[in-house]
Design a protein around this ligand. Sequence first.
Ligand SMILES: Cc1ncc(C[n+]2csc(CCOP(=O)(O)OP(=O)(O)O)c2C)c(N)n1
Length: 261
Amino acid sequence: MKKITNKIRRLIVTMHSKSFASHSGSALSIVDILAVLYCKVLNVDPSNPLDINRDRFILSKGHGSSALYSTLAYCGFFDPKVLNGYHTDGGTLPGHLDKESAPGIEVSTGSLGHGLSIGVGMAIASKLDKIDNKIVVLCGDGEINEGSIWEAIMFAPQKKLDNLILIIDYNKLQSFGRTNEVINLEPLKKKFESFNWNAIEIDGHNVKEIEDALLSETSKPKVIIANTIKGKGVSYMENQFIWHYKSPNEEQLIQAYRELE
Ligand SMILES: Cc1ncc(C[n+]2csc(CCOP(=O)(O)OP(=O)(O)O)c2C)c(N)n1
């Protein structure tokens, strides 16, 4: 898995360096989670990406798109050469997710706060259609400042959505500062428990903990609070909110490659 996540991280820094696009730190934060999802947990088939019985994954923090594009390309959903067109004139992969842009992208996101409500709708639809699948939604910690997220958090247990998993990328940073200085989320696990969710807290870079949490049995909607580091894997980006916006120059790219060998 380390080889896979390093490869995906190298793809991400390359994309950001070529395109001068923002959100490198946001993408690096979620690589281990996406790698476990797509390599070990989700029932999805790159040769049949619209299979009606597939699991659904929604990257609600759509600005982390480069992590999803590179994971999908790594897993064979499309040719990795397509990644060269990330956030560039004439390219086909926009900076925020567009579900028409590539196979495997379930929902267009980028305007924060919508993914969980869409996931709740999909989870209800699966129950009605008697499809036994998982709906997994990944939100940023800053993103859950949005009130619409909390409407969905209240609604999911009422509908007994044991097929719904929310992952929170708890990297403690958002675009202009520390999440808990902007709006304090703590005590986050207790909040979810009081809303009648099954809440699990993990190290969001430990692939075993990620896999165990995703596969654990539940009779309620499940939230995985994943403690992560924004910019994970590239030392000069880690935990530095300036890398919400910056992209690596040539010299920084070479250093990133060295660290991700
Ligand atoms: C509705 C909405 N408001 C504001 C923004 C601008 N915006 C983009 S990323 C971001 C911060 C998100 O922080 P977080 O969810 O913690 O994600 P991170 O990049 O830290 O992983 C904001 C406010 C947006 N995309 N959508």
